[in-house]
Structure formats: structure tokens, C-alpha cells
Write a protein that binds this ligand. Structure first.
Ligand SMILES: C[S@@+](CC[C@H](N)C(=O)[O-])C[C@H]1O[C@@H](n2cnc3c(N)ncnc32)[C@H](O)[C@@H]1O
Length: 220
């Protein structure tokens, strides 16, 4: 098995951020939002925390998909939050989407949130337990959770094959970021062990395709 190769935790390079925000993640992001909205029936007037919200595409899709949700997006990259603020304004959701530029490890909220989501953040994080601990402490007991990220392949060659298969036509920077993210990601077994270690026994891991894992359930 290939060891994890860490990439920088924050995405702060302006060019990298611009290219990421212009990339087409519609299918992946809309699929994530649809799965969240259809999995839980107690989301009316809920406040959903999006950890590592990046340029805000998922918060905006959530706000479009559910009329009474409020979303708090957190990202520690100022260039990402600036783009997210612009996108939220353009989409007309400044009343329902709030954005915070902060590391999730440093966040403390006046009230625990009703639900937590996170897409493609965990592979950036050096210590994964901090991520699951944040989920445990920032959410109300019983809160719905949906987390998705990449699976680390067995070798660099396999990672390159995945990049070639799914990002053949993308800009070189995005292909390089995708490759680095695959190398920094966790395996299904590693994530399952993290959940067990933190006693998050109501969160279950599933592998929906050849390169993602999804953790869903409720946090107690
Ligand atoms: C690959 S992007 C994913 C963005 C978004 N969730 C999406 O699906 O498009 C990961 C984001 O997590 C942010 N990030 C990394 N470490 C973080 C931390 N400790 N606290 C908050 N945000 C962090 C990065 O700056 C980056 O914007």
C-alpha cells in the first residue's frame, strides 16, 4: 500500500484558487447536495455547517435545493472565501449563507449546528482526528452528517490513471492538484478506523464509485 503524501493544508495560491473555482464540479457537487437533502427529513430551518467550503458552490446548491436552510461555510483560505462571498452575492443568498475565514480546528460556535457537511477537505488535513473531533463537538447530538472525499489509490500509477480518466481535458494545474489530492487522501479502512477511534459509531462509510468514499449518518 502506498503511504499518504501530504499536500499543503490550505489552498491559498491565487492562481490555484482561480483554476479550482472555475473547474466544473457540477455533477459531483450536485450529487453530494442531492444525497444530503434526500437522506434526511428533519432539515427544515436547519443551520448546516460546511467545513472547507472553498468557493461556495455547495452552499449555493444547498440554498437553491432547500428553501429554509441556512448555511455557514468555513474555509481558512482568504482567496477562497473572497470568491465564495462574490458567488453568494451573485446568487442572491446573502441572507441564508454566512461565510467565515477560519481554520475549522479553531472554530467555536455560540450554538451547535443542526447538521454538518464537508466535501474534499479531509485529505488536506494532517491530523484526521481533529476533523472528526470538530464534527463531534460543533454539531447537536443526532445531527445529520455527510462527508465525502477521495480514496487514496494503491500506487502513483493508479493515481495517474484516475487523473487521466476523469480529468483528461482539464488545465495542468487542476490535474496536478487532483493527483496530489489522491496521494494525500485516506483509504476506506483508514477512515473507518478514524470513526471507530472517536466512537462515531452511527456514521457509516460507503464507496459510491472508484475514487470516492462517503460517510453518512448521525453524530451523537
Ligand atoms: C479541495 S477544496 C474543497 C472545497 C469545497 N468543499 C468543494 O467541494 O468544492 C478544500 C478546501 O479546504 C480548505 N481547508 C483546508 N484545510 C482547512 C482547515 N484546516 N480549515 C478550514 N478550511 C480548510 C482549503 O483552503 C480549500 O478551500
Amino acid at each position: 500500500m502506498m503511504d499518504r503524501v501530504l499536500e499543503p493544508e490550505l489552498m491559498v495560491d491565487p492562481e490555484q484558487v482561480r483554476i479550482y473555482s472555475e473547474a466544473d464540479f457540477e455533477e459531483e457537487n450536485q450529487g453530494f447536495v442531492d444525497r444530503f437533502l434526500s437522506s434526511y427529513d428533519d432539515l427544515n430551518h436547519a443551520t448546516v455547517l460546511d467545513l472547507g467550503c472553498g468557493p461556495g458552490d455547495i452552499p449555493i446548491r444547498l440554498a437553491r435545493g432547500h428553501a429554509t436552510l441556512h448555511i455557514l461555510g468555513i474555509d481558512a483560505s482568504q482567496p477562497m472565501i473572497t470568491l465564495a462571498e462574490q458567488a453568494v452575492k451573485r446568487a442572491g443568498f446573502t441572507e441564508r449563507i454566512r461565510l467565515l475565514c477560519q481554520r475549522f480546528q479553531d472554530v467555536s460556535l455560540a450554538d451547535p449546528v443542526d447538521a454538518i457537511i464537508s466535501n474534499s477537505l479531509l485529505h488536506h488535513v494532517p491530523n484526521p482526528f481533529q476533523f472528526w473531533y470538530a464534527i463531534k463537538t460543533l454539531a447537536k447530538p443526532g445531527a445529520p452528517v455527510l462527508v465525502m472525499d477521495l480514496i487514496r489509490p494503491d500506487s502513483r500509477e493508479e493515481a495517474q490513471d484516475i487523473v487521466n480518466q476523469y480529468a483528461a481535458e482539464e488545465p495542468e494545474q487542476l490535474r496536478q492538484d487532483f493527483f496530489n489530492s489522491l496521494l494525500a487522501a485516506f483509504t476506506e479502512d483508514e477512515v473507518a478506523a478514524q470513526l471507530a477511534e472517536l466512537n462515531l459509531s452511527r456514521l457509516l462509510i460507503d464507496v459510491p464509485d472508484d475514487r470516492h468514499w462517503i460517510v453518512a449518518g448521525r453524530v451523537f
